[in-house]
Write a protein that binds this ligand. Structure first.
Ligand code: UGA
Length: 432
C-alpha cells in the first residue's frame, strides 16, 4: 500500500517510520527543507529513543520530501499528522490541517483515504471532508477517517508498535477496511467507531489523564498539610484495579505539547457548545498552581533569592525527551532569575533547546556534580534516571547549603535519615 504522511513532528514521523517498518511504502512530507534533508540522510530531527534505529532499518521503504504533489497524487492512504497548536483563546488552531486538506484536494488523482491523526475538535473530520469535496480538482473518491494517536513522547515507537488500541472513526465501511489493512501487522485491539466518537476518544482520554494528575497533586498537597505520605497513599490506591497504579505520580504538574493544550481545547469547545466541563476547568487551574510549588517551597528557606546559587536538575517537561513545551522549568527559572539568583542548569538532552529560550545569564553544566557545586538550593524539575541514581551524599559534600527541593519525588525519605541534607519533596514530610 502506498502511504503518504503529512507533517514530520512526533506524530507524523513516528507513524511514518513505524508503518515503513511493517513493509508499507511511505512518503513523509514536510515544509521544512532542512528537516527533510536531514531525514533523507537517515537522521531523526527529533530526540526520541529507538526512532533513529528504526528509521535506519526502514529507509528502503521511506521517502522524505517537500514535494506534496508527488506524495499525494497516487497515494492510497494519506495520514495528516500536522500540529494543532493552542490559539490565544485556548481553542485548537486548525490552519495546518486545512492547508494539507487543500493540497490533497488539489493533487489527489486516485481514490484514497485521508486519515486525520492530529488531535482535532469533534466535527473537524466532517468539515475536512466537505472542504476536500468542495475543492477537489479530479473526479476521484476521497474518504476521510479519524485515527487519533495515543503515543507518548519518550516511548513513542513502542506506543505505536504496541498500541493500547487503534481507534478507527468512519462513516463508511471502505475506509475502515483500508485502515484495518494498513494496521494488519500491528498487534493491538482495533476499534471501529463513529468519526465523532473517535475524535472525542482522543480528547476524553488525554483530559482524563490530566484530571487524574491534578487530582493526585491536590491530594499530595493535602498530605503535606496533614502529615500523610502521598507515595504510600498512591501505592495503596493503585492496588484497586479500578484506579490502577499508573498516572498517579504527584509532582509539579503536567506539561508537554498535549495535556495543557487538549484540556484547554476541550474546555473551550464545551463552552462553545453551551456546555461546561467543571472538572477539566479545575484540572487546568490546579495544574497552573502546581507548577509554582517548588518556588513557593523555596521561600520557606530563603526570604529572597538575591545572589543565591540555584542548581536546576532537569528542564524538559518529562524524561526521555528534549521537549520543553509547557515545562515547569519555563516558569520557575524566570522567577528565580528575576529575583537575582544565579542559575546553573543540568539536563542530559534538553539543554540545547533551553539555551534557545534563555541564551544569557544561565550556566549550563555537563554533569549533576557541576550544577550543584557550591549551590544554596537545588530544584529537581525532571525525574531523569541520572537524578534518581545520583549518589545523594554528594548533595551534602558539594552544596554550600544542602537544601534539595524535589518536584518529582525521586528519592526515598529514608535515604536522607543520616544526612545533613534538607529534603523537601511533594506530598511528603520534609526530612531534616
Ligand atoms: C500524552 C499522553 O500520555 C499520550 O497518551 C498522548 O498520545 C499524548 O499526550 C498526545 O496527545 O500526543 P505525553 O504528553 O507525551 O503523552 O507525555 P505523558 O507521559 O503523558 O506526560 C505528560 C505530563 O504529565 C508530563 O509533564 C509528566 O511529568 C506528567 N505526569 C505524568 C505526571 O505529573 N504524573 C504522572 O503520573 C504522569
Amino acid at each position: 500500500m502506498k502511504i503518504a504522511v503529512a507533517g514530520t513532528g512526533y506524530v507524523g514521523l513516528v507513524t511514518g517510520v513505524c508503518l515503513a517498518s511493517k513493509g508499507h511504502k511511505v512518503t513523509c512530507v514536510d515544509v521544512d527543507e532542512n528537516k527533510v534533508k536531514k531525514m533523507q540522510r537517515g537522521e531523526s530531527p527529533i530526540y526520541e529513543p529507538g526512532l533513529p534505529e528504526l528509521m535506519k532499518e526502514s529507509m528502503e521503504n521511506l521517502i522524505f520530501t517537500t514535494d506534496y504533489k508527488s506524495a499525494y497524487q497516487d497515494a492510497d492512504v494519506i495520514f495528516i499528522g500536522v500540529g494543532t497548536p493552542e490559539k490565544y483563546d485556548g481553542s485548537a488552531n486548525l490552519t495546518y490541517v486545512f492547508q494539507v486538506a487543500k493540497q490533497i484536494a488539489q493533487t489527489a488523482e486516485k481514490h484514497c483515504v485521508v486519515v486525520l491523526k492530529s488531535t482535532v475538535p469533534i466535527g473537524t473530520n466532517d468539515k475536512i471532508e466537505s472542504y476536500i469535496h468542495n475543492k477537489q480538482v479530479n473526479d476521484v473518491k476521497i474518504y476521510v477517517a479519524s485515527n487519533p494517536e495515543f503515543l507518548s513522547q519518550g516511548t513513542a515507537v513502542h506506543d505505536t508498535l504496541h498500541a493500547s488500541r487503534i481507534v478507527i472513526g468512519v462513516t463508511e465501511e471502505y475506509p475502515a477496511d483500508v485502515l484495518k489493512q494498513v494496521y494488519e501487522n500491528f498487534d493491538a485491539p482495533k476499534l471501529v467507531v463513529e468519526r465523532r466518537s473517535a475524535e472525542m476518544i482522543k480528547y476524553a482520554s488525554n483530559d482524563f489523564l490530566a484530571l487524574k494528575i491534578s487530582y493526585i497533586n491536590e491530594i499530595a498537597n493535602l498530605c503535606e498539610t496533614v502529615g500523610a505520605d502521598i507515595e504510600e497513599v498512591t501505592a495503596g490506591m493503585g492496588f484497586d484495579e479500578r484506579i490502577g497504579h499508573r498516572f498517579l505520580k504527584s509532582g509539579i504538574g503536567y506539561g508537554g505539547s498535549c495535556f495543557p493544550k487538549d484540556t484547554k481545547a476541550l474546555n473551550w469547545f464545551a463552552n462553545f457548545n453551551d456546555n461546561e466541563l467543571r472538572t477539566i476547568k479545575a484540572a487546568i487551574e490546579v495544574n497552573e498552581n502546581q507548577k509554582f510549588k517548588l518556588v513557593k517551597k523555596a521561600k520557606k528557606y530563603y526570604n529572597d533569592f538575591l545572589f543565591l546559587n540555584v542548581a536546576i536538575l532537569g528542564c524538559t517537561f518529562k524524561p526521555g525527551t528534549d521537549d520543553l513545551r509547557e515545562a515547569p522549568s519555563l516558569v520557575n527559572i524566570p522567577i528565580l532569575m528575576e529575583d537575582g539568583a544565579y542559575i546553573r542548569v543540568w539536563d542530559p538532552v534538553g539543554q540545547e533547546n533551553f539555551k534557545k529560550c534563555f541564551p544569557e545569564k544561565i550556566q549550563y553544566c555537563s554533569c549533576i556534580e557541576d550544577a550543584i557545586a557550591g549551590a544554596d538550593l537545588c530544584l529537581i524539575l525532571t525525574e531523569w534516571g541520572e537524578v534518581k541514581e545520583f549518589d545523594i551524599k554528594k548533595y551534602e559534600e558539594l552544596m554550600k547549603h544542602p537544601i534539595v527541593l524535589d518536584g518529582r519525588n525521586c528519592y526515598n525519605l529514608s535515604d536522607f535519615a543520616n544526612t545533613r541534607i534538607t529534603y523537601d519533596s511533594i506530598g511528603r514530610r520534609t526530612v531534616n
